[in-house]
Write a protein that binds this ligand. Structure first.
Ligand code: NDP
Length: 245
């Protein structure tokens, strides 16, 4: 695992947005950030899942979160602008954004990828990230020190047979991260990407149905890097792709 010793309350007084916060890695990141003192903004598609995380955060006595139900597939540019305006009104600034939500599409030979699958994967994994990042930049720049974190994959810098649209979308994600990091170098904002590595979630089960789940990391196991990139300890890190495992 990425080597970082997490100290209690390291994220106190920070406001952090997490996409895909209702399940898998995003859910765990939201719970961990809240445990460490952050006010978390839970963005996701399925309201019931977001509400369950909200309830869990409150039950544990962590700072009260906010919920943003948004389907990244259908969301418009205006939806993201409205979201950024709400964050600014409510919190004044944004200290961190974990762009975690994505879809796998289907694993299939390249010559059989359906156009619709290709378009859906690009919409959620690339276009939505672009619109969200663009809308959030002004609120992130209002913080004293802020962190924008994209989520890549093992197939995000090395193409792999049958991973088609998903792999290409993760290359685009890393490209977007590098462009933003370079443009905002020497600003309060740092921009990086995480490669989580194989982690026991619904997406992983779909990609590797026969895998023995006991042999792979849990979302909790990979949190050190997720915390490090949101903590001020990573202030000097910009434009990097980092492995959580
Ligand atoms: P999951 O499929 O378990 O969770 C994905 C989350 O994204 C869910 O909360 C889901 O919400 C949300 N989401 C999906 N589509 C949309 C949408 N259209 N609008 C809003 N939210 C949406 O995935 P993981 O937790 O495994 O993956 C998290 C990230 O890590 C992804 O970017 C993935 O590519 C990456 N990754 C994961 C690896 C792994 O082994 N698990 C390995 C490498 C990379 P809902 O449940 O409501 O649909």
């Amino acid at each position: 695992m990425f080597d970082y010793a997490i100290t209690p309350q390291i994220l106190a007084n920070k406001t952090i947005l997490i996409t895909g916060a209702g399940a898998g890695i995003g859910r765990q990141a939201a719970l961990t950030y809240a445990e460490l003192g952050a006010t978390v903004i839970l963005l996701g598609k399925t309201v019931a899942k977001l509400e369950a995380v909200y309830d869990e955060v409150l039950a544990k006595g962590y700072p009260e979160p906010a919920i943003v139900p948004l389907d990244l597939k259908g969301a418009t540019k205006q939806n993201y602008i409205d979201l950024a305006a709400t964050i600014e009104n409510q919190f004044g600034q944004l200290d961190g954004a974990l762009l975690n939500a994505s879809i796998l599409g289907e694993l299939t030979p390249f010559n059989q990828i359906h156009l619709q699958t290709w378009q859906d994967v690009m919409q959620v994994n690339v276009n939505a990230q672009f619109l969200l990042a663009q809308a959030l930049l002004p609120v992130l720049l209002k913080a004293k020190s802020s962190s924008l974190v994209f989520t890549s994959s093992g197939v995000g810098n090395k193409g792999k047979a049958y991973w088609g649209a998903y792999s290409v979308s993760k290359f685009a994600t890393e490209g977007m991260m590098q462009v933003i990091a370079d443009e905002y170098d020497n600003s309060v904002l740092r921009t990086n990407a995480i490669n989580p590595g194989g982690t026991n979630t619904n997406m992983r089960s779909v990609a590797y149905p026969a895998e023995n789940k006991a042999t792979i990391a849990s979302p909790e196991d990979i949190m050190p890097l997720y915390v490090y990139l949101m903590a001020d300890d990573s202030k000097a890190i910009n434009g990097q792709r980092l492995n959580a495992q």
